[in-house]
Ligand binder design. Structure first.
Ligand code: RB5
Length: 146
């Protein structure tokens, strides 16, 4: 598996539809996407899917993950409990960009009830295309886990 082009994604029912659209968008761009669920619009507990994606990033199995729920808040709370996970809830392109440059965010979180499809694609693309700047920011992010 090529970690640079493989992404794990998960959502609850509230963002299932947006997850499916993002999956299609990423597949079109040549990314390989692992879908951790949920797989339909039946009501589920977002924590289950947040743990699956955050766990896979925390363990190093995937270098990047995307999580979605209605607001993105619950998924952020879950994901940021995991060691080495830096999950960024973004609804503007500047934050998505800065979450990579300064924070080396390895999980992007979106609110399916907050952002529309076109903005979501722009957030995902910006986040994936932007590199971590390192330098003084490396020590800062390392101190989160230390
Ligand atoms: C589900 O109704 C909703 O609570 C969930 O998607 C999420 O927004 C939680 O933070």
């Amino acid at each position: 598996m090529d970690k640079t082009t493989s992404i794990i994604i998960g959502s609850d029912h509230a963002a299932y539809e947006l997850k499916e659209k993002i999956k299609a968008y990423l597949s079109d761009k040549g990314y390989s996407v692992e879908d951790a669920g949920t797989h339909n619009e039946a009501s589920v507990n977002y924590v289950v899917f947040g743990k699956k994606v955050a766990g896979a990033v925390s363990s190093g199995q995937y270098s990047k993950g995307i999580l979605l729920c209605g607001t993105g808040l619950g998924m952020s709370m879950v994901a940021n409990r995991f060691p080495h996970v830096r999950a960024a809830l973004c609804s503007d392109v500047f934050s998505a960009r800065m979450s990579r440059i300064h924070n080396d965010a390895n999980v992007l979180v979106l609110g399916g009830r907050i952002v529309g499809d076109v903005l979501a694609f722009a957030l995902v693309q910006t986040w994936l295309d932007t590199a971590f700047e390192g330098g003084r920011h490396l020590e800062r992010i390392q101190s989160i886990d230390n």
